[in-house]
Structure formats: structure tokens, C-alpha cells
Design a protein around this ligand. Structure first.
Ligand code: SF4
Length: 255
């Protein structure tokens, strides 16, 4: 099931990159057509410069398509190339969302495919960290709205009544020694990252917040876990604690 989901998400990314590829080819053909007309020398030089940039862009996009196609087929890919292609997709995200919507893709489907891709790239690496180098960031909507305690950031305030996922995260914090911080938005998340200076982040949030986090956080690997929202967005959300636990088992280094 998880493998099928991954293939589906990779297919979304590949199809979006193919759309970019076709778009660039259309631009290149248009520029050739413009250049075939008589024009001033500076205008022709400008067109050649744009053309060269587009060809470079085309090659990078094509490499991305090949890399993700190979990933879909479970074939070996050099780590550097995989990370570079993932970064390229993250930087291209606004363009890909725009083009994706033009071809009828749902925004959250696109976001899901990118977060899954990002996670897969991380899982393919051999990276491991000490407990104090990892930070788990989770949104405040994970806490049950009826709870008397207002957890502003430290989950140790939780009384473990079992009514929300905060209890599970506290158990993981106690077992693995990995700190979990509750944040109310991107600004607070950035502040916590600045204070703690983690080497890896496990972020729990909705597709939109995860995607903006992935674009915001530079130089720190982020494993993104999409929360469940049985009551709609921003209220009594939850997370599969087993997924968080599995990721801690995968990324924790036990010296
Ligand atoms: S598990 Fe903790 S945070 Fe959640 S409702 Fe109970 S006491 Fe509140």
C-alpha cells in the first residue's frame, strides 16, 4: 500500500516536470520563430541569452524526470543527483503548482507528492543523528480542544489522559530523548529551529504548512508527516504515532 502511494506520488511529480519540459520546449520554439524575423542586433543577442538559459533549464528538468523515473522503478541513483533533483523540485514548487492546477491537479495532491518525494530522498540516504540533534515540530491543533491544559510549547505539561496524539509524542520523547515542540505557526517554528539548531527535523502538519516549511528551512533535512484531520483543518487533528516512532528508529544513531 505504502509502495503504491509512493509510486502514485512520484508519478504526479514526473507528470508535472514533463509539463514544465513541454512548456520550455514551446518557449524555445517561439524564440526561434522570433529570431527568424529581421531585428536589431541587441534584440537577437538578448534572444540567444534567453535561449541558452532555457536550454539549461530544459536539461535540468529532463534530468529530474529521469531521476524520479528511476526512483519509481526502485533503481539506484547517486545520492548527490537525488538531493539536487529534490531541491530543484522544491525551488520550482510555485511554478509546478501553477502548471499542475492548469492540468487539473489538486493542490494538496501536488503538495503530498512533493512531501513524499522529499521523505523518500531522506530515507534513501544513510543519514543518522543523535537524539539531541533531532527536533520534532508539531502544530497546536494536535491537542484536544477540550483539554484544560494549554500546551504552548513544552509537551511535558500533558497529563497523558489519552484523548489526543500529544500523549503518544510525550511517550516517544521520554523513550527516545528526542524533543517535541508544539508550534502555532511558521514564525514560531522558525524561532524554535533558531534556538535549538537541530541537525534534522521531523515535522508534523498539514500539506500546506509542510510544503512552506520545506521551502523555508534551508540546509536541515526535514522528514514531513501529514497529520490526519477527521474534524477538518486546524481542530483536533492527530498523527499516526507509529509513523513517528518508525522514523525515530530509522534516523536515531545509537552510539
Ligand atoms: S493527552 Fe495530554 S494534551 Fe491531549 S487531551 Fe489529554 S492531557 Fe490534554
Amino acid at each position: 500500500m505504502a509502495a503504491e502511494k509512493l509510486i502514485q506520488n512520484l508519478k504526479t511529480t514526473v507528470s508535472l516536470l514533463m509539463t514544465v519540459f513541454i512548456f520550455i520546449i514551446t518557449l524555445i520554439i517561439s524564440i526561434f520563430w522570433v529570431m527568424s524575423k529581421d531585428g536589431l542586433l541587441w534584440y537577437k543577442v538578448l534572444n540567444i541569452v534567453v535561449l541558452m538559459l532555457l536550454v539549461a533549464f530544459l536539461l535540468v528538468t529532463f534530468t529530474g524526470v529521469l531521476v524520479f523515473y528511476r526512483l519509481m522503478q526502485n533503481k539506484k541513483i547517486p545520492q548527490g543527483l537525488l538531493h539536487a533533483s529534490n531541491k530543484y523540485v522544491v525551488y520550482l514548487y510555485p511554478v509546478l503548482v501553477f502548471l499542475g492546477q492548469m492540468i487539473g491537479k489538486d493542490k494538496n495532491e501536488i503538495r503530498r507528492s512533493f512531501t513524499q518525494l522529499n521523505n523518500q530522498v531522506l530515507l534513501n540516504s544513510s543519514l543518522t543523528y543523535k537524539a539531541d540533534e533531532i527536533l520534532i515540530l508539531t502544530p497546536h491543533c494536535l491537542q484536544q480542544t477540550m483539554c484544560d491544559i494549554k500546551i504552548t510549547h513544552d509537551i511535558r505539561q500533558c497529563k497523558k489522559c489519552g484523548k489526543c496524539s500529544v500523549e503518544g509524542l510525550l511517550h516517544l520523547q521520554e523513550k527516545y530523548g528526542v524533543e517535541t515542540q508544539v508550534v502555532t505557526g511558521g514564525t514560531l517554528a522558525r524561532l524554535r529551529i533558531k534556538e535549538k539548531k537541530p541537525k534534522m527535523i521531523i515535522a508534523i502538519a498539514c500539506e500546506r504548512d509542510l510544503m512552506s516549511g520545506l521551502m523555508d528551512v534551508k540546509g536541515i533535512p526535514v522528514y514531513a508527516i501529514i497529520n490526519d484531520r477527521p474534524e477538518g483543518p486546524c481542530q483536533n487533528t492527530s498523527v499516526d504515532i507509529d509513523v513517528v516512532k518508525n522514523m525515530l528508529d530509522r534516523f536515531l544513531r545509537r552510539d
